[in-house]
Design a protein around this ligand. Structure first.
Ligand code: F6P
Length: 548
């Protein structure tokens, strides 16, 4: 038995899970008309209603006790003060330092990192203003109209998700594009309409070794120099964001055009650093600062609110309850705001790359379910695609519904239709409809007894499907910053409670290493490595058909 399972709160939750599984949320609501009041948290720019979960006060008390027994508060303090809580990489975890008050020193390994962060922010601001005001000129003296960000994973998803989320706030001083895939189809299509004289590339890579990004960067350099006939033009059209300056310089990028990343910022938590440059270029620096301020406000809430009123803590505990104790295997993220159409993809990396692990931070195999797989889509599109599964399959999928009170692009009648669906779905998932109700309804509609017998079982919805509702006042830079930080801190708490090292990602290395050796085989007719017979024959088929 693991140390977690030996905790009294853990054992209590295991017992509770057995009885709660047999309860229906309809009854919990009928018994207690204070559920919403008890199980919701309101902050200045957002509301979390978690009353539609299979919990009651007893369960919540045990979950909060679990947070205490697993020392969430102590670990939170360690993270914020810069202790090396990324144990396997021996690194601090300080994305929060990117959005705190930089006048306050924060010493890590003997250095005041607040000063470094402040210096980079100033460098970013100057750069952003120069480009947006048209003072940054390309090799032929023309102003920059288009930014192409080259990066993948954390060097892509966060900035792109926010750019999409805040499109409405862009003044279109520049157009921002993203290249992440090494499939040439993407970069070719993005570059096709662009004028090399007016494009600025940002090569974003913490390591500056990621094959996909390096390949795209080389293609971009070739595209530029094919037009400029001058290798030196690279210096005027490329900037980099990286912790590996030497590699960036070997691409011909000037030292002064390289923005810093630090080993205490994980890639998937890096949009608050210079990795967020495309956001700032698109929206202007003031809006970027508002994004940081929103995240900082959420950090303050996370640090100060009692556990029972702490949004990230509650969301993490609910995830643990639903997954580890009630047995859910996946979690849907369902934004009802078009602007958040990339949120699910972003959270897939944030949560699954962080906590998709199966050994504790001591290296012992965990003997309990850890995190669910994250999936989803814009809610309305999902309703007409996979919600059938959410309502009636025999897998229970807890879901986060995220919507906003006011639309940033109001069009008569649209927002109410959207939000009517938003509210209806969580009610339907929770309450369902039983056979008696189905039969009565069909009878009232004048259906025959035979028809009712045939169709009634198919129309039953068992309900009792847990949802969280996050209602934002409006999508704006501050609120979005807060929402992202909410999930970041939720992921951190989940990791602590489950004893998972959330800040490494060893699981991506094996495939990367294999791909490098297979690439040699694909490029070289005589090269054949040893593989299992499936992989061997797939490669053989590929090479044979390619040469044919
Ligand atoms: O392979 C996974 C990963 O390391 C992510 O963690 C990271 O966000 C992404 O690749 C990109 O890494 P880099 O910024 O170093 O190119």
């Amino acid at each position: 038995m693991s140390k977690r399972q030996a905790l009294s709160s853990w054992r209590k939750l295991q017992t509770l899970a057995q009885t709660k599984k047999t309860q229906h949320m309809n009854d919990l609501f009928a018994e207690d008309n204070q559920r919403f009041k008890k199980f919701s948290i309101e902050l200045p720019s957002m509301l979390l209603d978690y009353s539609k979960n299979l919990i009651d006060s007893e369960t919540l008390t045990a979950l909060l006790q679990l947070a205490e027994q697993t020392q969430v508060c102590q670990w939170r303090e360690k993270m914020f003060r810069g202790d090396k809580i990324n144990q396997t990489e021996d690194r601090a975890v300080l994305h929060t330092a990117l959005r705190r008050d930089h006048q306050q020193p924060l010493i890590v390994d003997g250095e005041n990192i607040s000063e470094h962060v402040q210096a980079q922010l100033e460098k970013m601001e100057a750069f952003v203003n120069t480009v947006r005001e048209g003072h940054w000129l390309g090799y032929s003296g023309k102003r920059i109209t288009d930014i192409v960000n080259i990066g993948v994973g954390g060097s892509n998803l966060g900035p792109q998700m926010v750019t999409e989320g805040l499109k409405h706030y862009s003044d279109n001083s520049v157009n921002v594009h993203y290249v992440s895939n090494v499939d040439g189809a993407q970069i070719v299509e993005i570059l096709r309409p662009l004028d090399p004289e007016k494009v600025l590339f940002i090569v974003s890579s913490k390591t500056f070794t990621t094959t996909e990004t390096m390949t795209n960067a080389k293609t971009a350099i070739n595209w530029l120099t094919a037009a400029s006939f001058d290798q030196k033009s690279v210096a005027k059209h490329f900037v980099a964001v990286t912790a590996n300056k030497d590699n960036a310089m070997s691409f011909g990028i000037k030292a002064e055009n390289i923005f810093d990343m630090w080993d205490w910022v994980g890639g998937r938590f890096s949009l608050w650093s210079a990795i967020g440059l495309p956001i700032a270029l698109d929206l202007g620096f003031e809006q970027f600062k508002a994004l940081l301020a929103g995240a900082q406000a959420m950090d303050e809430h996370f640090l100060e609110a009692p556990l029972a009123e702490n949004m990230p803590v509650i969301m993490a505990l609910l995830s643990v309850w639903n997954t580890t104790f009630l047995g859910a295997q996946s979690q849907a993220i369902l934004p009802y705001d078009q602007t958040l159409h990339m949120l699910t993809a972003y959270l897939q990396q944030a949560e699954m790359e962080s906590n998709g692990k199966s050994v504790t931070w001591h290296g012992d195999e965990v003997d309990y379910a850890t995190v669910p797989s994250i999936w989803g889509e814009l809610g309305i599109n999902g309703q007409h695609a996979f919600y059938q599964y959410l309502h009636q399959s025999n897998n229970i999928v807890p879901a986060d519904f995220i919507g906003s009170v006011a639309s940033v692009t109001p069009v008569k009648g649209h927002h109410e239709t959207l939000m009517a669906n938003f509210f209806a779905q969580t009610q339907a998932l929770m309450s369902g409809v039983n056979e008696q109700q189905v039969r009565a309804d069909l009878k009232a509609k004048g259906r025959t007894a035979d028809y009712i017998d045939k169709v009634a079982p198919h129309k039953v919805h068992k309900g009792n499907r847990p949802t969280n509702t996050i209602l934002l006042n409006q999508i704006d830079p501050e609120t979005l910053g807060g929402l992202i930080a909410l999930y970041e801190q939720k992921i951190f708490v989940q990791g602590i409670v489950l004893q998972i090292c959330s800040f490494d990602q060893w699981g991506v290395e094996l495939g990367k290493g294999l791909a490098a050796s297979i690439q040699q085989e694909l490029e070289n007719a005589d090269c054949e490595n040893q593989h299992d017979s499936s992989t061997q024959n797939l490669i053989k088929y590929y090479k044979t058909h390619k040469s044919a």
